[in-house]
Design a protein around this ligand. Structure first.
Ligand SMILES: NC(=O)c1ccc[n+]([C@@H]2O[C@H](COP(=O)([O-])OP(=O)(O)OC[C@H]3O[C@@H](n4cnc5c(N)ncnc54)[C@H](OP(=O)(O)O)[C@@H]3O)[C@@H](O)[C@H]2O)c1
Length: 335
């Protein structure tokens, strides 16, 4: 192969503009709205918070014209086209259902719920309401991952090695068991999702855990065998920094994605025949990448579609089925 494929990602600025309602005013809601404002013509129209003061503060900070002091008022706003659910994991199900019941399209932060049964319920209700529904798994919408998709269509991937480890201070919500803390929902989402994406359905999963300083689960080491015979070795941690790289290997070629593999950045493609090709895109974090998924969502909704082939709900549900199994093996309770 003389050169890498070119990303087919459409210009996010040319996607039809939706009026977004932002449900929850935390860290990622701020990153998401910043990305929308910098890189798209999407309108951050309204925000919703549990308190009017927080809604007012956030609306002023992100330039939203409307601030609602309850989530119920946000989803009832007739001018809002789509709700972006940005609350802690164990509230996604409740808040997605609130939006769907109000007849709104919905983009739900990852993972869309904390169990397979909750995720399936969201999918069923969205289907019954005829609204668009997707997990905000932004990674797969990055131009880099479109190039990887094209490359991997011609590769049989046998092995995936991936990790995601980050240090957090003990006061972060990620250590709070009442907010479904631990690495499984915040972090393992990424290595597990790309392993499932590359290898297909799991046949067998084996997980070991180690506790964080406050006693909740702090690390996971997971092996996953696919029904096709591929194998993934995955690690995730909230107690220390790890490379956060991803490797996809087959008989004839290997791809090593630079850390952090889930953000915009580069990778190296090497073949056994001796080719070495390098992909590079601007290394930007959330503000430089969260908007690609939003532009894709806007195009699907304009086309009258209710899901994305890049991140179908079936894949989000499969992820939670795997997480249920890991939680059962390691003993990670839900709040
Ligand atoms: N895509 C990514 O790269 C990425 C990165 C980080 C996080 N996330 C996801 O985004 C979601 C939110 O994470 P975050 O880091 O933004 O969290 P965060 O900073 O704690 O914000 C969560 C927001 O949810 C609302 N909320 C509702 N009920 C709450 C409760 N009982 N306790 C605390 N907050 C509550 C709050 O907004 P109000 O006070 O306004 O109601 C709060 O600001 C998570 O599911 C996470 O997985 C995704």
């Amino acid at each position: 192969m003389p050169s890498l494929p070119v990303a087919r990602t459409l210009d996010p600025r040319e996607a039809p503009a939706l009026r977004w309602g932002i449900l929850g005013t935390g860290w990622n809601a701020e990153k998401f709205t910043t990305a929308l404002r910098r890189h798209t013509t999407q309108q951050v129209y309204a925000v919703g918070s549990r308190t009017q003061a927080s809604a007012d503060r956030f609306a002023a900070a992100v330039g939203a014209p409307v601030a609602h002091g309850t989530y119920e008022a946000l989803v009832a706003d007739p001018h809002v086209d789509i709700i972006y659910v940005a609350t802690p994991h164990n509230f996604h199900h409740e808040h997605a259902l609130l939006a769907i019941a109000a007849g709104k399209h919905v983009l739900i932060e990852k993972p869309i719920a904390v169990s397979e049964s909750e995720a399936q319920d969201i999918a069923n209700r969205a289907a019954a309401a005829g609204v668009f529904c997707m997990e905000a798994f932004w990674t797969l919408f990055l131009p880099k991952y479109d190039v990887l998709t094209q490359l991997m269509a011609d590769m049989a991937i046998d092995a995936v090695l991936a990790d995601m480890g980050e240090y957090f201070t003990l006061d972060h919500r990620i250590f709070d068991p009442a907010l479904a803390g631990g690495p499984i929902f915040d972090m393992a989402t990424y290595p597990l999702s790309i392993a499932l994406w590359a290898l297909g359905d799991p046949a067998q999963i084996s997980a070991n855990g180690a506790p964080a300083p406050n006693g909740i689960n702090g690390q996971l080491a997971i092996t996953m065998e696919s029904t096709r015979g591929g194998l993934a070795a995955l690690h995730t941690s909230i107690v220390g920094e790890t490379p956060t790289t991803a490797t996809f290997a087959g008989l004839d070629a290997t791809i090593v994605v630079d850390g952090p593999f889930y953000q915009p950045g580069g990778f190296t493609y090497t073949t056994r025949a001796g080719a070495r090709l390098r992909y590079d895109e601007e290394r930007s974090a959330h503000e430089g990448g969260l908007h690609f998924q939003a532009a894709a969502v806007a195009r699907h909704i304009a086309a009258g579609e209710t899901s994305s082939p890049v991140r179908p709900l079936a894949d989000s549900i499969r992820l939670l089925r795997v997480m249920d199994e890991i939680r059962a093996q390691v003993g990670i309770p839900l709040p």
